[in-house]
Ligand binder design. Structure first.
Ligand SMILES: [Zn+2]
Length: 324
């Protein structure tokens, strides 16, 4: 398996001309199995407060906070979502710094950790939360004996930066298309695979916020990883479109060179869906060798396997949004 990840890194280098800074450093981490150095801090704009020398906090509204890692080469963003009776932290970084200290400075509410997906840069690794809620998918539930889920290498990819495979202790299973209530703040759980087969988004219908994880953010989307799938990506885009109103604010889990929280809108979701349809029908051309690059919008590109390797069959077609 280790060899396979290195092979991905080598072929990635072949396409290296088209890739951005984050992808570049990801290849560095893959080929060296080590964490690239922290980036120097830069101006994050007036809306952003540094919590310490690593984390930033940006208030989206009085009960929604973006917790950024702008010095980590992948520019991760995690979201603290507060209701009246409980709080969710949606993603927890790699755990190289314990995000709970940031969360505790912002709320006293009981906290549940919800990973957007199972990659090592979102699940906090050594940081263990009192409560963890995970998407209820047949292949995960089957492996979770006594609600303890050992992750697999291709699900986690942690060897890229030298992280050991963790086990997640699951306290709550999230049913796709069902609502979690944080106390006067319902969140809809959307199954939005594509980047990985376990990817979800959380949708706050009332405020129009979509917390999209690695499904969508400004920069290069990774649709070429071991459990990525183009058919799943299309399913995810359709699901988001089917539930969203016009004023959707999409908050992603990584960003490009821009300042502050990575935010996109409904138009980008529609562009993504149109791009995927165009790729499937053969109408759209890619650039590069492996991964190939498709332009989604001026701020988003989709990296995928070349056409002959693309898989267009959704893993769980039944988990589409009910509105579809
Ligand atoms: Zn990921």
């Amino acid at each position: 398996m280790k060899i396979s990840i290195s092979i991905i890194a080598v072929v990635l280098v072949l396409g290296a001309l088209m890739i951005d800074q984050r992808t570049n450093l990801f290849i560095y981490a893959m080929t060296n199995n080590e964490l690239p150095e922290l980036l120097p801090p830069k101006d994050e704009g007036e809306a952003v407060v540094w919590f310490d020398d690593y984390y930033t906090v940006q208030r989206i509204d009085e009960r929604t906070f973006a917790i950024g890692e702008p010095r980590y080469y992948q520019f991760n963003f995690n979201y603290l979502i507060l209701g009246e009776s409980r709080a969710i932290i949606f993603d927890a970084g790699t755990g190289q710094r314990d995000i709970r200290a940031v969360v505790e400075s912002l709320t006293d509410l009981p906290l549940t950790f919800v990973p957007s997906h199972l990659h090592y840069d979102h699940i906090g690794n050594e940081v263990v939360f009192e409560k963890t809620a995970l998407i209820d998918l047949p292949h995960l539930r089957q492996r979770a004996v006594n609600n303890t889920l050992p992750l697999t290498r291709f699900e986690h990819l942690g060897e890229v930066e030298g992280y050991a495979l963790p086990e997640l202790m699951i306290s709550e299973w999230l049913i796709p298309n069902e609502t979690i209530d944080l106390g006067n703040r319902p969140l809809l759980v959307l199954y939005t695979p594509g980047h990985t087969e376990d990817s979800i988004s959380l949708f706050d219908q009332e405020s129009g916020y979509l917390f999209a994880g690695d499904f969508l953010y400004p920069g290069q989307l990774y649709g070429f990883l071991p459990n990525s799938s183009m058919g799943d990506y299309l399913q995810g885009a359709q699901t988001i479109e089917s539930v969203s109103g016009d004023s959707l604010r999409v908050f992603g889990a990584h960003r490009d060179a821009s300042m502050g929280v990575p935010e996109l809108n409904l138009e980008t979701v529609i562009r993504l869906r149109e791009t995927l349809n165009g790729i499937r029908s053969g109408a759209l051309e890619s650039t590069g060798t492996y991964p190939v690059v498709y332009e989604v919008s001026d701020r988003v590109q989709l990296l995928s396997e070349p056409k002959w390797l693309q898989d267009w069959t959704p893993m769980y077609p039944g988990l589409h949004s009910k509105n579809n």
